[in-house]
Design a protein around this ligand. Sequence first.
Ligand code: HEC
Ligand code: HEC
Length: 346
Amino acid sequence: MLVLLVVVLVVILLIYVPAPKEDVDSKIESPVPDKNGNFTEVAKKAALAEKDTNNYWSAPDITSLDHDKNKDLILYGKDLIVHTSDYFGENGKLFKNNTNGINCQNCHLEAGTKVFGNNYSAVASTYPKYRARSGSIESIYKRVNDCFERSLNGRGLDTNSKEMQGIVAYIKWLGKDVKKGDKPLGSGLKEFAFLERAADPEKGKSVYSEKCQSCHQANGAGLLNAEKTAYTYPPLWGKNSYNDGAGLYRIASFAKYVKYNMPQGTNHSSPQLSDEEAWDVAAFVNYQTRPHINIKSDWPKIEEKPFDYPFGPYADGFDENQHKYGPFKPIKEKLEAMKKVKKTKV
Ligand code: HEC
Ligand code: HEC
């Protein structure tokens, strides 16, 4: 009886005596020392960078196409994306002067496969989708033609043409292993922080002459190859550049593209530009003269205009100048607050 009582008491004690509190300090993330044992911000960052073991998207292996019945069409599409100007440029073998002479690949790097190089990994999985720019559900065909008309400042392709079918087949093949609705890690462009201040085109001008001009030229017109069939360095402004309805014309897209991809050879794990340089050079380059497209039908719902869309009218109360250069944080916050209000009203 007594033995039983003792056992019961021990069990009760075990259950009710609180476990020792975890040491609070052990939960605070400890800083990482550098090689000399110093705890610097730089060392912390370096340690974090080394730890980037993220599983970024990568394109399917091209040899897997050997058994694909669409192999030829897919490879044709890839060639059109890599050598767009050979087909549609000034002396294009399919259409002359159908575009400004730049290649899809100039912006969708490595044939649309580079991590955070504006790749196509999330296209097959997310289209058709609603896009606020047109206020409608868009197919991949429509999206491709958007880039023909805006980024290439040219004419779109017939949906049934072998060329459009090829481009779409290639883009779909690239994204074939991505689950419907998913955006794989490394898709599109990489986000980075806003500046507290407005982007400064004067500062951007110095960044341009130091870090861009050697390739893209002082007048922004780029440099053609010796045969004059394609650009070795594509234009960034002037008559052969993307027009003012293009995706890159939005300063945040430009900044994101440039920060993680330029100067040529840069990638997301070793950016060459500081955040300030990326925003400032974007402000300098984007608002140089470039072709204009009639885009009156864009953004039919003005409350869906993004924070960096530089043409009013706006529903958020900020002016064109702030949508052009920033500071963007207050606009973004306002837009998000407006969205919430709308949701609770529904
Ligand atoms: C001057 C740069 C530029 C060129 C050239 C260009 N694009 Fe784009 N493209 C963009 C930008 C910027 C976006 C939007 C990226 C974003 O908003 O994240 C985009 C988006 C797209 C998308 C949608 C991607 C997605 O994930 O939603 C497709 C598809 C596309 N482009 C196809 C093409 C094709 C095909 C060509 C050549 C005919 C082309 N682009 C040429 C800049 C360009
Ligand atoms: C060493 C040469 C070089 C330097 C320096 C360089 N670029 Fe580029 N840039 C290129 C090349 C080449 C491409 C096309 C990439 C491709 O096709 O793979 C390109 C493409 C671009 C594009 C997209 C295509 C277009 O015509 O719109 C933009 C935008 C751009 N660069 C901006 C910049 C900015 C801004 C800087 C300076 C911070 C810069 N580049 C520095 C070589 C360079």
